[in-house]
Design a protein around this ligand. Sequence first.
Ligand code: SF4
Length: 291
Amino acid sequence: MVGLRAALLAWFDRNARALAFRFERDPDPWAVLVSEVMAQQTQVARVAEKWLAFMGRFPTPAALASAPTGDVIRAWQGLGYNRRAIDLQRAARAIVLAGGRVPEDIDSLQALPGVGPYTARAVAAIAFGRPVGAVDVNVRRVLGRLTGADPAAAPQREMQAAADALVDPARAGDWTHALMDLGATICRPARPECDACPVRTWCSFAGVAGVRPNPAPGRRGAVPFEATTRWLRGRIVGRLCGVPPGTTVTFDGPLGLHAPEAVSAALASLAADGIVELDAVGAARLAGEQA
Ligand code: SF4
């Protein structure tokens, strides 16, 4: 265990990905929370681009909490899954109501809108040095291979226990980043580079021919992205971000491959999520923006 930790952290010290949202010391918990929410469903390179501008605009929970929701959605453009922006603003408002500081304990973090078990633990480890493991799909794959468990079948509590047991308590934040980087650059889903892996000595799967790749959750078979509701929602929000604040837009025809009925349903779901507001005749504008 000690050797494995030392080997991975030594590798991390030499090979850490230089990402704008990583901090050498004394990380700002708010900045960490924002980066982790952004990274939930967006590639880290894209997050790195957007995070700096977002933090410049909303440097504190109070700044985000008091902003018009439409401004937050506009600042979120390019990251996708706009619902996360809404939840992040709700989280900021909850933090402000509780005194303005990002909470340290996992239960309080997880009680924030949009913060699940992974994000809560990542923030606790990176921002506060708590010795807890953050298990996302990539970490699950790495841990599964290291310990010989089936990443697709192992119960979450087993994976969580394995992750917690492995954390280096002296460098919990670096450990969290190191596991993420290992999963992203070496222990990839397909064709892991076991020969270059710093923890090969301790790995049950090291060099095993045909290490089983995880299922690719992003794959949608033969359905083109343009045919998905996600595309449609993103196109609607993108169009609303392209007009001056408070301007209403009427969507009364098809959009791309989507019939008017599907467009109406997408508008209704965006309104239910708090992303857009609809007037009496069904015209839409970004939430919180005044005409
Ligand atoms: Fe992954 Fe191979 Fe390293 Fe094991 S030895 S953790 S399978 S890259």
